[in-house]
Ligand binder design. Structure first.
Ligand SMILES: C/C(=C\C(=O)SCCNC(=O)CCNC(=O)[C@H](O)C(C)(C)COP(=O)(O)OP(=O)(O)OC[C@H]1O[C@@H](n2cnc3c(N)ncnc32)[C@H](O)[C@@H]1OP(=O)(O)O)CC(=O)O
Length: 254
């Protein structure tokens, strides 16, 4: 399977895994499927919490798929595509269940959005992160409210402007990661214990914790159409396509 979203329920935990061949970057179909899977699993009474993770031992998620961005030629398609990120984050926020995210390696752009959409986030010390959108000629507009909620406006705008990687240690100090491990084995051992404990907790208490944690984010729904339009229109510029081609080349020869 080249691109997939899979889910299984183990011990009252819905484990959702996504994967794509290019650093787990996200095409539109995977975004749509991920959003739907999170909502479907969240609606199941037996599910106490949701674990979102990605395939492999390298990058957690490289954000928007370059190949899909290069193929987009008109506003309707780009609006639909960036709307997919809004749907995933909205699903994480509104699914009614605690969402835990497992970050095993570097993450950029929309992948940082997914880490910030978590209620609790595990990572390894190699899980540096960056808002690289400006390199393409766009910005972290759709994921912005979710990132700002974790790190504050000043740090968000600094990350969006410089597009530099911050370390996992930085991400822990700035409330994105809640647990940082030396390696994947150590992270998974901690995660398993954490999820087992979560599964034994009161469903009603967890639901209320989810509710109060996201209080004050109701306006995200109203923000989204304009935020989607920002990325969706900028990506149509010729310079954005040239930028993506040169990033792909830089990554290929590095
Ligand atoms: C949500 C909004 C916007 C966005 O999300 S914009 C997307 C931003 N993403 C990037 O800028 C990703 C750039 N990629 C990297 O920095 C690195 O690849 C990585 C993610 C840190 C992973 O590094 P690693 O060393 O593990 O892997 P490689 O660099 O060797 O990459 C392997 C392979 O994957 C290809 N690739 C990387 N990123 C993407 C991508 N986004 N789409 C497609 N393909 C990607 C890379 O080119 C390599 O391919 P090869 O063929 O093997 O060369 C907007 C909003 O919020 O509004």
């Amino acid at each position: 399977m080249n691109e997939f979203v899979a889910s299984e329920i183990k011990n009252n935990i819905a484990e959702i895994t996504f994967g794509t061949l290019k650093s787990n970057s996200l095409p539109g179909a995977i975004l749509e499927k991920l959003a739907k899977t999170i909502l479907d699993e969240g609606a199941k009474e037996e599910v106490k919490a949701i674990l979102v993770k990605s395939e492999g031992e390298k990058a957690f998620c490289a954000g928007a798929s370059f190949d899909e961005l290069l193929a987009i030629e008109e506003l309707e398609a780009s609006t639909q595509f960036f709307g997919g990120f809004a749907k995933v984050l909205n699903a994480m926020r509104n699914c009614g269940k605690i969402v835990v995210v497992r970050v095993q390696g570097k993450t950029t752009g929309g992948g940082v959005g997914i880490a910030c959409g978590a209620d609790y986030c595990f990572a390894t010390k190699d899980s540096a992160l960056a808002l690289t959108e400006i390199n393409l000629g766009i910005g972290p507009f759709v994921i912005g409210p979710y990132v700002e909620r974790k790190i504050g406006k000043s740090q968000f705008s600094a990350m969006a402007i410089d597009a530099d990687f911050r370390s996992a240690e930085w991400a822990e100090q700035h409330n994105i990661y809640h647990s940082v491990s030396e390696n994947i084995g150590e992270m998974d051992a901690k995660l398993e214990k954490f999820m087992q404990t979560l599964a034994s907790r009161s469903s009603d208490a967890l639901a209320l914790i989810k509710k109060v944690s996201w209080e004050g984010t109701e306006h995200f729904n109203e923000l989204m159409p304009a935020r989607i339009h920002m990325s969706a229109s900028l990506i149509l510029e010729d310079s954005a396509k040239k930028n993506i081609e040169s990033i792909k080349e830089r990554l290929r020869v590095k």
